[in-house]
Design a protein around this ligand. Structure first.
Ligand code: SER
Length: 316
């Protein structure tokens, strides 16, 4: 029996993670949401939901009490590009909000998962094979909140024994809920253009490598890290995980194998490009593999076939 609160349950990750948790656990999987982002359809009908604004500690505590929550998935965040336009709000949600979650977790003895990101590094980290433990000096507010979140989560584990764990997600690709305002979003948008038969205007320049991952692998990582035997973990917040790294040319040509008349032009967005340029090309995920058995299942080809298939069913 597991009772889980998902904060940010209607977002890019939350909408799919909540459904997956409901399929595998018997307990209450509570979809926490903010007004204006209510759960709909299957997400609304398949389990409990309630308003849980991460900036409101009282609401988090009430949800934990009402449903006897033992694990909190904290998925509330602004993605990287939008965080640059609202840096104070990004901090308020990412760090003031996390502190609320950690305090409730300390008092009520919950485990906490808070995703970090490839954005938690910065231009001074090694770009290729970025190690688990290395210099993290991000220059974006998104990255600043992510690295601070890692440190704060580790602090609560050390100081108070709160079971905090997490992974550094790559850009996540899914046909379900679109991301909003991320630097890696182009790798989702490109599939929509291909399926709709539209010209794709790529905001990221050729040659810009970034780690990416298909959502089913990301969901599995979020669940497996929380299920891993604690004694095996040398790290907590956060584990590098990786499955594929590509630039716009590589994904474009991969899609073109299946959609031969698909066309792409470059219209580089200077903000997103400068963010991407400060991020790693490819993470080294050896520690996740060794400490809790992380293994991705999708490569670019398998992901592309599935994305095109599912998006055709959704859009056509
Ligand atoms: N997908 C995120 C972003 O682009 C990175 O973790 O903001």
């Amino acid at each position: 029996m597991k009772n889980v609160l998902v904060i940010g349950s209607t977002g890019q990750i939350g909408s799919e993670l909540t459904m997956k948790l409901r399929k595998i656990y018997n307990g209450d999987i509570v979809a926490g949401y903010i007004p204006g982002a209510e759960p709909k359809g299957e997400l609304a009908e398949s389990g409990p939901s309630m308003v849980v604004d991460i900036t409101n500690a009282q609401q988090i505590a009430e949800a934990v009490d009402r449903y006897h929550i033992d694990t909190i998935y904290n998925l509330a965040a602004l993605l990287s590009a939008v965080a640059e336009s609202k840096p104070q709000l990004a901090w308020h949600i990412g760090i003031d909000g996390l502190l609320n979650v950690l305090e409730v977790a300390r008092e009520k003895k919950c485990a906490v998962f808070t995703p970090s990101s490839i954005g938690s590094f910065g231009p001074n980290a090694p770009k290729d094979g970025t190690p688990q433990d290395t210099i993290q000096q991000p220059r974006t507010m998104y990255g600043v909140t992510k690295v601070t979140g890692e440190l704060l989560s580790n602090y609560y584990a050390l100081k108070y024994g709160v079971d905090t764990r997490s992974v550094r997600f790559p850009g996540l690709i899914s046909y379900v809920t679109p991301p909003g305002g991320g630097t890696t979003d182009y790798a989702v948008d490109i599939y929509y253009s291909a399926v709709k038969g539209e010209l794709f205007k790529c905001p990221i320049a050729a040659g810009t490598l970034m780690d990416m991952m298909y959502m089913p692998d990301a969901l599995r990582a979020a669940i497996e890290i929380m299920e891993a035997p604690e004694r095996k973990l040398r790290h907590r917040n956060s584990f590098n995980i990786a499955s594929m790294s590509f630039d716009p040319e590589v994904i474009y040509h991969k899609i073109k194998q299946y959609v031969p008349d698909f066309e792409m032009v470059y219209e580089v967005d200077p903000l997103r490009q400068s963010i991407a340029d400060s991020w790693p090309n490819k993470l080294d995920d050896t520690c996740a593999r060794m400490e809790w058995g992380w293994r991705p299942q999708y490569d670019l080809d398998a992901m592309t076939r599935d994305m095109l298939d599912k998006l055709r069913k959704k859009l056509l």
